[in-house]
Design a protein around this ligand. Sequence first.
Ligand code: FAD
Length: 669
Amino acid sequence: MAKPRVIYWFRTDLRLHDSPALKAALDLKPECLYPIWTWDPHYVYRARVGPNRWQYLLDCQNDLSKSITKINPKSKLFLLREAPQTLFPKLFKAWKITHLVFEKDTDAYARQRDEEVMKIAKSAGVEVVMKVGRTLYDPDELIKHNHGKPTMSISQVQAAGKKTGAIPRPIPAPTKLPDPGNTDLPFSQEKPPQDPDINATQRDGKEASYSALTGPNNDFAVPTMRELGLQPATTPHCGGETLALQTLASILANESYTATFEKPKTAPTAFSPQSTTLLSPHLHFGSLSVREFYWGAQDIVSNFKGKASQPPTSLTGQLLFRDMYFGAQAALSFPFGQTFNNPTCRFIPWHLPSTIDPATQLVTGSYQIDNAQAEEWFQRWKYGRTGFPWIDALMRQLRTEGWIHHLGRHAVACFLTRGGCYIDWERGAEVFEEWLIDHEAACNIGNWQWLSCTAFFAQFYRVYSPVAFPQKWDKEGAFVKRYVPELERYEGKYVFEPWRAGVGDQRRWGCRVEGDGSEGVDGEGGLKRYPKPMFDFPTRRDICLKGMKNAYHVGLYGNDPKVLDGTWRTLFDDAAEGPTTGGNGPPGAMVEHEDASGGEDHDVPAPPSPKKAKKVARESEKKATGQGKAKIGHKREASQGTLDGIVTRGKKPKKEKNEEVFPNETHYG
Ligand SMILES: Cc1cc2nc3c(=O)[nH]c(=O)nc-3n(C[C@H](O)[C@H](O)[C@H](O)COP(=O)(O)OP(=O)(O)OC[C@H]3O[C@@H](n4cnc5c(N)ncnc54)[C@H](O)[C@@H]3O)c2cc1C
């Protein structure tokens, strides 16, 4: 019998070590193995990605290609610049492929794409082998053992994980790789349409990654940033399996750090080095295997002589959070990424809501500016000009470096949503999607829901203070001064609240607090300029708390017929945060508010009829529960055992007192 001719399709797994899918490909004992990457236009044009994450991807691809060539000088990572859906039918034929092997990807778009590719393979007589390797557990198995429901707590992951079976031990990298076969491509490239290009704003040159199927030099090379027309990356963080394994090794070499790691005790203000592992981008690109990380840490914990930390705060606990969000996303698919039609996400009438396409029931990628003030706050938040140095430092770190500490993410997410601006969490998630080098759809969406108290977490009265919280970690404000250098000469607590400094001190410290930050940092008389705070924080916190309390009282979830048909407005007081004007309106999104002016306007589609809204609600429940009987999400079940459950069981929750405590003490994830 002829030996298999195999394509190994790299996607979420840019590594050679611990790759169950690569092992499965090699176990076929193929006559030839083509390690390929298809340059998928979905990610090039339709998903938000800034230069830093592109650069990281290219680092990973270049490193992987080198490692492949080291094992077999005839081989490398073959980059093919065409959409997989149009490329594979031609490729299967040209290279006489018998098997297509890849790592399972449960992201909503990826599932859709893979189903299509599997159909193409079937009709071409190509056998598909798909293996789990991106997460500790197969997200679909977690859901199955969680009664068909999305995993919404660590205890659910742990219980379902037990039934799924032990987390497999990592497998070593191969020492041999078969040669690729003939790489001739006797067919023409189908160029994907560039329009709409959501990443156009990231480019300062012409996007030319589809100039030729095998690249400008016809050598299947990894594209360059220039070919992508992208602005240069500014992140100091570099990608690639080689570096990932070195970083992991140096972390594990510090046994006491690894064994006693407790997330809430790590400082969000630490830099050079940061206080956590910074392995998340490696996990995102699969340049580090999550099982390699898990077992490396677990073995140290098991042999540790002192008192080791435990999930959920330990390092292994952090990885369980990652699996939790993958399990939630895999169960809910596209609706997981939005409030509208999401059975597990609370509905809050935030400002700047997403517009919804009534045909697909999905967000369109644009949003409604219901309130001009909110839009201004959003832009100031995004570009680090809020006038709150802690928030601005974090947002500037995010924009330039692509990574911020978890509690820094907490702070900016709480501030944008329920603890300051009352702006839709979907706006914040989009900014993170654009700028994070570790952007992982499941984790990003899930954590934004957690922080906005729309899912996973419900203690909305615990709000982060942008002034008191950072001082717990960094009295001198070294972190703020690094990212907001205008304030580098400020002293003591004034670094965190510079507007309180007298004019004399402001002059002495070389920076006036004035304006809204739109005029740049260079002020008059050789002085720097830093913006005034965009609002009085305690006042805004109280307004947000009232709004949250009311929204919780109304108690709608994203798939409620009233959310779907727009009649939710009748349940919210016009004076409440955010504004409503009663009556019907567009689905999910709010009707135009009278003080909205200027800025971008977005088309608002017509809402579905009440009958259609009910039908959609029924269908989404059925999908999420796997049965369609029990109403999920509408009431927090006692058995859900979320982290907030852990906290409230131990201590009676304080009665909605406006707390400026350090909420991270109760946030383990
Ligand atoms: C609003 C918000 C958005 C976020 N978006 C993302 C995202 O897009 N991608 C992403 O990987 N993480 C995201 N996180 C989770 C978390 O902040 C990062 O995983 C973590 O900060 C990465 O740094 P680290 O590798 O040093 O983490 P460590 O503390 O060293 O943890 C080790 C690993 O555990 C995983 N992990 C830790 N905390 C979480 C968590 N809360 N949720 C999921 N996984 C976790 C990560 O893979 C991380 O690399 C987000 C958190 C918030 C609050």
